[in-house]
Design a protein. Structure first.
Lengths: 316, 237
């Protein structure tokens, strides 16, 4: 009992501590691919440190939503971390508080408040970005649903800990068409939800072309730090769901000892590093899609997920 | 062979089927002629993979034959022939127009796939259990999607690839139903496909020479021009 609570807290600490590192490594890798030196991999930590020590300026015309949003954006990924397998392959104390749909809803809550806050400040660029995020969001929603339903159809459960067992017992299950197609669809979803390149340019600073970035335009100081850290944690959590539940359910702690759980941290980070390499290849070889092409990209993701569902449901 | 290996082979075959279906979707959605060609090559490779896996699973030499014939004729000779016969303009132009916009045609394609499964399931349930597999339904889906590509495309080379995709789909269903197809039939079909490519390629070149484009959808609006007697030829534009 005490063990399980403490492991759960170790999970949360892992996500909080290593999320900025992941985004730093990703930025560095991208620059290296383009033959540039790039910022240090601990630059995101320095940014957060600097922002936490700066004054925060809040517009007089904004309401309480604007002030509360950074905390909500920061807290929602932490909540989801309690539900999903980050380090262990057995359910921890809070794992049955909600299933994957619940986790999806909690993550969506953060996005919802970020959108409201962007509209709340009277900055004209905020609402543009917010409405675009909603557009991407509502196109991604059906894909999310079909992925979840197919996964739960295969595994007979929506608790992620049970799902991850299913894909590797026996190992032949790993090559089921529904599994591979789901992985493809979820990868496209991560690109869309995380604001990565074919959908949105995370390093772009041109306001008219922004999608995800423009929601934090009005924030400064501590609020901006929390928004950034929250965004990095959301990406980390999505990658954990993708890698630990869908793609590679290996390398997690199987026993209830502290050493095994601590050993799982470098293994999980290694998996994430391998995924970052794939992500860098995708980001460096594609160009950003025009806004109205995004529906085609997510349409392709939808088709992939429905193909996975058909292949599963009509299994002769 | 052990039960686990058989299971693995069947799953790998099903995976090839799933990816086959995805390439068929891709050929409906792809904008560039070159991309269509690459998807077609991928689809043919998956067909050959599936034939080889089924051959391994059921110890059938004929299926290895199908795999080899497919491996040589479609991914290698078809692109080479197309390059030789059809004009370069097909590949340099990026945007290929369609009768419907892409999300709509993807949704229609999805409905066709569901239809294919409804047709394919009774068929594969009617045969003996060892012949069951995803191949029949996916093959019918490939056939229907190829036909659909033929309907919505207005460009010569993607139209041709639609025909070839239909043939791929028929093959994909065929290798699961009849494991002992004589080699002669394989070779005949493969040669047939190559002849289709050759004729269509030459035809495309002729169309491009006379009309100036390979967007054959526009040919529907061509009008007969009045020719004064003794005044030479008609320009088609």
């Amino acid at each position: 009992m005490f063990n399980r609570i403490s492991f759960n807290l170790i999970q949360v600490a892992t996500v909080m501590v290593f999320a900025p590192l992941v985004s730093g490594v990703l930025a560095r890798l991208k620059e290296r691919v383009q033959s540039k030196r790039g910022p240090s991999i601990i630059q995101p930590y320095r940014d957060l440190w600097k922002l936490f020590h700066k004054d925060e300026i809040v517009s007089e015309d904004s309401s309480w939503i604007f002030r509360f949003t950074p905390y909500i954006v920061f807290v929602t990924p932490v909540f989801v971390t309690l539900l999903i397998p980050v380090l262990t392959n057995y359910p921890l104390f809070f794992a049955f508080m909600g299933d994957m749909l619940g986790g999806g809803f909690v993550l969506a809550l953060g996005g919802f408040f970020a959108t409201l806050a962007a509209v709340d400040s009277a900055n004209p660029y905020g609402p543009i970005g917010a409405s675009r995020t909603r557009m991407v969001g509502f196109l991604a929603e059906p894909v999310f649903m079909i992925v979840f339903f197919t996964v739960s159809f295969v595994a007979g459960s929506t608790i992620p800990y049970i799902v991850q067992e299913k894909w590797v017992t026996p190992l032949a299950n790993f090559f089921m068409p529904s599994h591979v197609l789901l992985v493809l669809a979820f990868l496209m979803l991560i690109l869309a939800e995380g604001g990565r390149i074919p959908v949105d340019n995370p390093t772009g600073h041109f306001e008219l072309a922004m999608i995800d970035e423009s929601k934090s335009l009005e924030y400064s100081g501590r609020g901006l730090a929390l928004m950034k850290w929250g965004g990095q944690m959301k990406m980390f959590v999505l990658m954990c769901i993708f890698l630990n539940v869908l793609v590679t359910p290996w390398g997690l702690a199987g026993t209830q000892s502290l050493a095994a759980v601590l050993l799982a941290i470098p293994l999980v980070l290694f998996k994430i590093f391998c995924f970052l390499l794939v992500l860098v290849v995708i980001e460096s070889s594609l160009s950003k899609l025009r806004l109205f092409r995004i529906s085609e990209f997510l349409g392709a993701a939808f088709i992939t997920s429905v193909a996975a569902m058909i292949a599963q449901v009509f299994l002769p | 062979m052990s039960e686990a290996t058989n299971q693995l082979l069947e799953n790998l075959n099903a995976l090839a089927g799933g990816l086959f279906l995805l390439t068929a979707f891709g050929m409906v959605a792809m904008r560039q002629a070159r991309g269509c060609l690459n998807l077609f090559i991928g689809q043919s490779l998956l067909l050959a993979t599936s034939a080889a896996l089924l051959g391994l699973r059921y110890h059938s030499v004929h299926l290895y034959g199908v795999a080899v014939v497919n491996l040589i004729s479609k991914p290698l000779i078809v692109p080479w022939l197309l390059r030789k016969t059809s004009p370069e303009e097909v590949y340099t132009r990026r945007e290929v127009d369609q009768a419907l916009n892409i999300p709509t045609s993807l949704l229609i394609a999805l409905a066709l796939v569901v239809l294919a499964y409804f047709l394919g399931l009774p068929l594969s349930n009617a045969v003996e259990p060892e012949f069951r597999g995803p191949n029949v339904s996916i093959g019918i889906a490939g056939l229907l999607l190829g036909a659909y590509t033929l309907t919505v495309r207005r460009e010569a080379v993607p139209l041709l690839l639609g025909i070839l995709a239909m043939e791929n789909g028929a093959f994909f269903a065929g290798i699961a139903i009849s494991r002992d197809l004589p080699m002669l039939v394989e070779l005949a079909i493969a040669t047939d496909g190559l002849i289709i490519v050759f004729i269509m390629g030459v035809l495309t070149r002729a169309v491009q020479k006379h009309v100036g484009t390979t967007a054959v959808g526009g040919l529907a609006s061509l009008k007969e021009a009045a020719v004064e007697p003794g005044k030479g030829e008609v320009s088609g534009k």
